[in-house]
Design a protein around this ligand. Structure first.
Ligand code: SAM
Ligand code: SF4
Length: 343
């Protein structure tokens, strides 16, 4: 099994967007109470005293929307300055980046992934849900956030595109074309059919290979490289300044390459995105006064569970959740959305 050294940390479960595949508007969303969310001190204690000693060195801050957390800059600064931390990154919807990109960079963040599912404001609105602002101004603010992050010096700057059949799949060439003149990394993520069923249509998800073929037909495609590619397969349009990534969790099982765990905003450590086995409640034990040794032991148990999950999924040749999402088990639905799992 791979060394598990990468932790995705959800800072908050709330969000200022209502993406149809994540927190669809109108659903009976239940959010955590403030008191149930790990404080910055508790989070830092868990990272420094528990996760780092058992081998985690790379961290990604996510959510919900991590930038909604008022102490996000302080959290970044504290983690970035831990000498054992080899990599710190963030995934955000970018809406608050016009104001926060510079403070985050100054605090030590260097890598950022920004979600941008569409270049068309109305489509963006359809995907990310309707809120107070107009579609145009909301899309524009995210685009401004991307530009600010670029100017501030984030590198590599990655854009996450979840490809939804019939909604934004026709924009794939336009989104890929962003890399022709910019040193950005655009990553196409196979859509996991969860959240609002009205959005999905019949097809569920578009295999990455179909997207690559569209791009290949137009420009050609060669293998590429980018820092921190994780589960993405990386390519480049010949002569382009930036790169393209494809995350194919639906069409391809990459459980045997998995090197990550997730810590939810309320302190649950989850060994696997798609499988609830082996999760442990670190916050409860921390608040009950468990020693760092006891907390480390809990993490080691979760690591052991993860090894078992990965082995059984490799044997079956299909990730458990992907089977569900394919409709083979559960009519194409996951029980929990990404924001509930912890980004
Ligand atoms: N709010 C931040 C954002 O949107 O970037 C961070 C949290 S969000 C849950 C993390 C990533 O998960 C985003 O890139 C989002 O597009 C992706 N995601 C959420 N639901 C998904 C789904 N059903 N299928 C594929 N990706 C999904
Ligand atoms: Fe919010 Fe991100 Fe989920 Fe969209 S994907 S609702 S931006 S947490």
């Amino acid at each position: 099994m791979n060394q598990v050294d990468y932790l995705r940390v959800s800072l908050v479960d709330r969000c200022n967007f209502r993406c149809q595949y994540c927190m669809p508007e109108g659903d009976d969303l239940k959010f955590l109470q403030q008191a149930d969310i790990l404080s910055a001190d508790e989070l830092l204690t868990l990272i420094r005293e528990v996760m780092i000693p058992v081998g985690f060195t790379r961290f990604r801050l996510t959510g919900g929307e991590p930038l909604l957390r008022p102490d996000v800059v302080e959290i970044v600064r504290s983690i970035a300055h831990l000498p054992q931390v080899q990599d710190l990154s963030m995934t955000t919807n970018g809406f608050l980046l016009p104001r926060l990109a510079q403070p985050l960079y100054n605090a030590g963040l260097r890598r950022i992934n920004i979600s941008l599912d569409s270049l068309v404001p109305d489509t963006f609105e359809k995907i990310t849900g309707s809120r107070a602002q107009t579609a145009r101004s909301r899309w524009q603010q995210v685009w401004d956030g991307i530009q600010t992050a670029h100017e501030v010096g984030f590198n590599p700057l990655k854009l996450n595109v979840v490809v939804i059949p019939g909604v934004n799949e026709q924009e794939v060439p336009d989104l890929a074309a962003l890399t022709l003149e910019r040193q950005w990394h655009v990553r196409f993520i196979e859509f996991m059919p969860i959240g609002n069923a009205d959005l999905f249509g019949e097809r569920g998800w578009v295999p990455s290979e179909e997207l690559r073929q569209q791009i290949r037909d137009r420009w050609g495609l060669e293998e590429g490289q980018v820092l921190g590619n994780g589960p993405a397969d990386v390519f480049r349009i010949p002569g382009a300044k930036g790169t393209l990534g494809f995350i194919s969790q639906m069409s391809e099982c990459f459980c045997d390459r998995c090197n990550r765990m997730r810590l939810s905003a309320d302190g649950w450590l989850r060994p696997c995105l798609l499988n609830e086995a082996g999760q442990v409640d670190l916050k409860r034990s921390l608040r009950a006064g468990a020693s760092t040794q006891e907390l480390q032991a809990m993490v080691r148990v979760a690591l052991g569970q993860k090894a078992e999950i990965n082995y059984s999924e490799r044997d079956s040749g299909i990730p458990e959740g992907a089977g569900e999402a394919n409709g083979q088990v559960n009519q194409g639905r996951y029980s929990r959305t990404m924001s509930q799992i912890g980004g």
